[in-house]
Ligand binder design. Structure first.
Ligand code: NDP
Length: 488
């Protein structure tokens, strides 16, 4: 039976395999109906203006904060991540929601522009108008934080939304939709459709005006291709192969502690997680000793250091990357080819990993890390950039952090810290190359969900008219003369 024909699908606890609840598997007609309702409500949502929308979003912020524990329970259940990690994710998402609500007016307000000397009798301004209905397709690894980067900024900008959560975390999506409905002044501002991948396809084929997608590069390309047929824009947040660069003057102990967390937390299922370390030979032994000792203290399990692989098929990818590295001669500092014990994966750190192994070239999305020594920072930068991805990076150096950061082909860089940019609402989040394009978060994240409308009008009439068939020879001479005067 095709997945489209299924009326319902179950969500599971990935740690135990237990079936939690079943959710509707929305088909094309269901999705089209949701999008039509979102279109019907968009004018009323836009008419509320920034202040009216802020009131609604502020209420939603308070409601989520109040019931954070309940949401964290659900996130922990559907993803398998520790409850405290779920709570941290929700806190960050709330921060973004509050920021977007508060700052939309400031960053989306019309801006007056200078009309120039030749058009001095005109006034000109640039407006930012919401697209209309935005389709949001979310992932399972951070089922609140990640889609909220599109949902909050898009709503604040005046769009209505149809959100398709991942099939692994439908309950979290439904919870977000239900709590929004409690504060909404009218229905269909933020609508959630659950389903399998066919529901995602249906959303990309529906009458949405923009799509915000987070997930794999492979699926992102399909989404972009479908969107191109209707000429609708997309924002794509895809995977990464983020490097951690450690220079000889780095605080090595701290770098090891933070790189380990960046690699292993959430079972490595973080698009901006550490996957590769390039460490200066002068401090490599110390770094390897430190990170190895700390990694041996980590244990996956329910409410332990980190949880299971949320998506069972990911275990095959992780195993194949470990096997490929081992076959090509990598050594194991921690873990080995027997690290995968479904649904959990023991921390696995590989040393001297050939640069052509899949553990270096492909996104692993597991609690694994490669560590390779480099002679200098030039080599570190060259190897860091030699990937099809360009999402985030972390640089550790007391003196050269800024210089190294400026040479990285990446959308986001943390210096002497890790993934700080995700929690700072004022900076945009996104990547280059196969990591996607477009931005969520910050002023640019608000801009992403609007299109530009230039509006010009006559301030006063002048005797010489240019844009008419009645233009005189004198007007022609004026244009030529003025242009020469201005641009000689
Ligand atoms: P996908 O890219 O396949 O799925 C992401 C979202 O897109 C899900 O909601 C999914 O629905 C939906 N979807 C799937 N196929 C289509 C389609 N053709 N058109 C529209 N929407 C679609 O990722 P997976 O969850 O399968 O994970 C695969 C890999 O992607 C991981 O191994 C990881 O490397 C990477 N990934 C990266 C993430 C990031 O944060 N950048 C997040 C998640 C994954 P459904 O869940 O129902 O299939």
């Amino acid at each position: 039976m095709s997945t489209q024909a299924l009326l319902e699908f179950p969500s599971h606890n990935p740690a135990t395999g237990e079936v939690l609840t079943s959710y509707p598997n929305a088909n094309q007609a269901d999705v089209d109906a949701a999008v039509a309702r979102a279109h019907a409500s968009k004018q009323a949502w836009q008419a509320l203006g920034f202040k009216g929308r802020k009131k609604v979003l502020d209420k939603w912020t308070s409601l989520i904060s109040e019931r954070m524990g309940e949401l964290a329970d659900l996130v922990a259940l559907e993803t398998g991540k520790p409850h405290s990690d779920a709570a941290l994710e929700i806190s960050l998402a709330i921060g973004h929601l509050a920021w977007a609500a508060k700052h939309a007016e400031k960053y989306l307000a019309p801006v007056n522009r200078n009309p120039g000397l030749l058009m001095a009798n005109m006034k000109a301004r640039v407006e930012r108008a919401p697209y209309g209905v935005v389709g949001v397709i979310g992932p399972w690894n951070y089922p609140v934080f990640t889609p909220m980067g599109s949902i909050a900024y898009s709503l604040a900008a005046g769009n209505t939304i149809v959100f398709k959560p991942s099939e692994y975390t439908p309950g979290v999506g439904v919870w977000l939709g239900a709590t929004f409905a409690e504060v909404a002044p009218f229905p269909d501002i933020f609508h959630v459709v659950t389903g399998l991948s066919t529901t995602g396809v249906a959303l990309t084929q529906s009458a949405v005006d923009k799509i915000a997608f987070t997930g794999s590069t492979r699926t992102a390309k399909k989404v972009a291709a479908t969107a191109a047929e209707r000429m609708i824009p997309v924002v794509l947040e895809c995977g990464g192969k983020d490097p951690v660069i450690i220079d000889r003057d780095a605080n090595v102990k701290k770098a090891a502690e933070y790189a380990l967390w960046m690699a292993m937390s959430n079972a490595g299922q973080t698009c901006i997680g550490a996957e590769r370390v390039y460490v200066h030979t002068a401090v490599a032994d110390e770094f390897i000793r430190e990170i190895g000792a700390m990694a041996r203290e980590l244990h996956p399990g329910v409410n332990k250091s980190y949880g299971p692989a949320t998506m069972p098929s990911q275990l095959n990818v992780i195993q194949s990357h470990i096997d490929d590295a081992a076959a090509k001669g990598a050594k194991f500092l921690v873990g080995g080819t027997d690290s995968v014990h479904a649904p959990f994966v023991e921390p696995t750190i590989m040393l001297d990993v050939p640069e052509d192994s899949t553990a270096i070239t492909e996104e692993t999305f597991g609690p694994t890390l490669t560590i390779n020594r480099v002679a200098d920072m030039e080599e570190a930068v060259r190897l860091s950039n030699a990937t099809r991805y360009g999402l985030g990076a972390s640089v550790w150096s007391k003196r050269n952090g800024e210089k190294i950061a400026s040479q990285l082909i990446a959308g986001m860089v943390s210096i002497n810290s890790v993934i700080g940019f995700a929690g700072i609402a004022t900076v945009p989040f996104g990547g280059v190359k196969d990591s996607g394009y477009g931005r969520i978060h910050g002023p640019e994240g608000l801009h992403e969900f609007t299109y530009l409308r230039s509006v010009v009008s006559e301030r006063f009439a002048i005797p010489i008219a240019f844009t008419t068939f009645k233009r005189t020879k004198f007007a022609d001479r004026m244009i030529t003369g003025l242009t020469r005067l201005l641009h000689k």
